[in-house]
Design a protein. Structure first.
Length: 112
């Protein structure tokens, strides 16, 4: 276990509002379920490039939402990680890449 990293993350979590904590809990729950899944996705460099380009192009349209991407294809959208992941699965993409989309104008905290 990475004790120092975990302690730093815990210190940041206490600063989150309740909705963000629920989103984080959903994310952690889903990642724990995925770790037991032998069909977990492996993304190639081409996939990551396509996802990055999609995010650049569609950032403002999907700002403040979670999106599920399969390469450059939008597989699902949701207000939470779990909603986007479920939407992607229903659309036939159970291993889609899911991420939160920040607006160009958002100030994103980075680092510890």
């Amino acid at each position: 276990m990475q004790t120092e990293t975990l302690n730093q993350i815990k210190q940041q979590i206490v600063l989150l509002d309740p909705e963000s904590k629920r989103d984080l809990a959903d994310f952690l729950h889903d990642t724990l379920e995925d770790n037991g899944n032998s069909s977990a996705a492996i993304f190639s460099d081409a996939d990551r490039h396509a996802q990055t380009e999609w995010l650049k192009t569609n950032r403002e349209k999907y700002a403040h939402k979670y999106v599920a991407l399969e390469g450059s294809e939008l597989a699902g959208v949701g207000a939470t990680f779990a909603e986007a992941k479920d939407a992607a699965a229903k659309n036939g993409f159970p291993n889609a890449f899911v991420t939160y989309v920040f607006s160009e104008t958002d100030e994103v905290f980075g680092g510890w």
